[in-house]
Ligand binder design. Sequence first.
Ligand code: ARG
Length: 404
Amino acid sequence: MNPKKIVVAYSGGLDTSVMVKWLSEKYDAEIIAVTGDLGQEIDSAALEDKALGTGASKAYVVDLSEEFVSDYCWKALKAGAVYEGQYPLATAIGRPLLAKLMVDIAHKENADAVVHGCTGKGNDQVRFEVGIKTLDPELQIIAPLRDWEFKCREDEIDYAIEKNIPIPITKEKPYSIDDNLWGVATECGELEDTTNSPPEDAFQITVNPKAASGEPEQIKIIFEKGVPVAIDDVELSAAQIVKTLNEIGGRNGIGRLDIVENRVVGIKSREVYEAPGAMILHAAHLELEKLTLDKDSFRYKQNVANAYANLIYDGLWFSPLFEALTAFVDKTQETVNGEVILELYKGNLTVLSRSSANSLYSKELATYSADDEFDHKSAEGFIHLYGLPFETMTKIKNSIGVTQ
Ligand code: ARG
């Protein structure tokens, strides 16, 4: 079905720049470029000009940075969602919001198709398309990178040069970079060989820990219901909090990751991430949960964190299970209030102090000093009952002569 009006998810990077031109040559349709600013410091006037100059008839650049952090990143933070134990999911958390933006603008503009610039082997196509289908099953989805004639990025670069499309990368620095406030993801180039350690130019927002200042920096983060609200006693908006921590963390070499990960489609990929703000916040938030959550909730929540991270990674943000787990997580966060002081030093993040009005820590119970109020005798009965099934089991085995 040939669309009449299409909205294109546009970033101004290599793929989407080439795509707008390619679409204008392939379809007799009105093209509307849409960019969601998730805090990546977009020069919106320049980007709009670029989109219009490449073949779009209209360009939207929508600032979503506050919504992104407060409605998307904070959910992941409260859940402790980190994929495969390491990746704070920046790109993955951004996609559902961008999918929603595309659907909203398609409705506003009465467009019949949505186009995205994701490749046919990555996660983002899954996240975008499942998100769009869930929000509006009637919209047609076009993914030029799965269909077009270009075999590799070099072909796209050649096409861009031929068509006079300004592109941000060269054949010498061929990284694919995706960034938002929650983190930067960098792949391609030398990184595709897992035996290469990442070149320094693969990092965008952090200094090398070895080159970071010799002076440690301290920061205090205040949380309310699992969400950070102030840094060093200054109340800040959601986006400002992450931006501030990205700067402080970045200059101290915090937040670099070099990972091989399992994609949704089963391919393994190697990527370099920088997420200073997200990693500082996860560390501080976890510390506060250790103080304020009861043992069973804390342990159970670790499983939820893993399930939640997988759902986000797998593009299932708008799913019933995600919604149900969000309700669970929100319930646990009612007492996650208080403050954490951290020290940042040459890539290391150390918790110096944690305190909360909802703290479940009792010094009188924990102490080994004379102030000890714990009744040590009660442990005897506890252990007797707790170990009884195993003691019984061994006695029975011994009596019938079973050795293991
Ligand atoms: N592997 C990450 C994910 O799937 C990031 C993907 C985008 N990376 C990029 N460099 N363009 O969430």
